[in-house]
Design a protein around this ligand. Sequence first.
Ligand code: UN1
Length: 497
Amino acid sequence: MSPETPTLKNFIAGQWTAPADGKYFDNANPADTRDIVGRFPHSSAADVDAAVASAKRGFEIWRRTPAPARGDVMRRAGEILIARKEELADMMTREMGKPLAETRGDVQEGIDTAFYAATEGRRMFGHTVPSELRNKWAMSFRRPIGVAGIITPFNFPLAIPTWKMFPALVCGNSCVFKPAEDVPMTGHLFVEILLEAGLPPEVINLVHGKGEAGAAIVAHPDVALVSFTGSTDTGSKVGEICGRTHKRLSLEMGGKNAMIVLDDADLELALEGILWGAFGTTGQRCTATSRLIVQEGVHDEFVSTLEKRAQKLVLGDGRSKGTDVGPVINTRALEKIERYIGIGTGEGATLRMGGARAKGTGLENGYFFQPTIFTGVKALSRLEQEEIFGPVLSVVKVKDADEAFRVNNDVRYGLSSSVYTRDVNISFRALNELDNGITYINAPTIGAEAHLPFGGVKQTGNGHREGGWEVYEFYSETKVGYVDFSGKLQRAQIDNY
Ligand code: UN1
């Protein structure tokens, strides 16, 4: 570690604060692990306690701030994100690995989310409905809930924290935020930006750390709601705790997203789509295309062209010009991918390309894995069913659209799906039939926009959505008001009948 390596702090009670027990961890660049981005607090339950106590105080100020004024803070945050887009993207690529074009997109998603949130501060619609009694009004409106525990993953270091915190804050909640330990610097910069935008200090609290800190947030009795994006296994544990303590919980978890290519598809278009869907972000998106379901008439031709094109993808540091595919996030990710290469081969799938750590100049010190394609993958095999979160694509051959739909649906996840066809009837049938929260027609499984609800069915989530208008339901509580101005007792259901 060089002498310039910065030591970062938590942000608690309006102060940048060292962790109570003085423990830190190093955050390394996954493209070159000799480059240490910073040392970050390895926080414990004591730090979380202090952060939650502060957020409780922050909530009392913030919940009384008018929603349009809260929205103004998000607008200013969006403006700062615009001004610092390049600098943020560079840091995000340095600590997370994906190419600059992608981290710029990640910041842009935060900007879009900020401006959407700013305007929502002037909507937050309730309903006014007629009362069944005379001289009485009935209405519903939205109230903030309390301290929100925000636990975010590494793959979208900025976009996902903004998806969660901008709506949480506009609705009037305060936040205790724990960014993934692989991308703490982006979390740090984001909190700085919120403060610069004018967020009152105790409304946001930042606690760095690993599972221990996350678990303490989830279990804390004064945390009223939790939003978590990460693995299905961790999500289940979070769900158990929140179930026992009756907390509101939004979960975004795994995916095993499929692209379906039918015989009548525009194959060139589908090719561009699959390269981006499967190998963009090195396959580390919840929305990544990890299964390619191809109809038999075009299967062989499509797969061989795909292989040729995938061989040309350039691996490297996401900050170098010309890099298509960056590293994966850490050693654990590499080891998991390797395990699945073994599982796939063991199940009799054909390893068409890749299948190993990538070697070569400039790759020696990073977590690089070759883009990998398996063909002859059987529906319901483990390779076809389980989330890998890396640059591994499994190709399944099918007879027709019905079989393709069946294969798509026969998994425990249901985030996104995609169909390439020129047949308008099949396109609309797909929208109806595919068990996913998002279906793309003639576009890959990635590409969600900030102003539409994002999320999946089955084991991908627990029914909530992020983004768009629906997330505001999650972060607020409906309250109903009845105002009787008749001057006498009117008994509902009795005096009017
Ligand atoms: C994720 O994969 O965790 O649609 C989020 C997309 C992005 C968001 C993905 N806009 O791929």
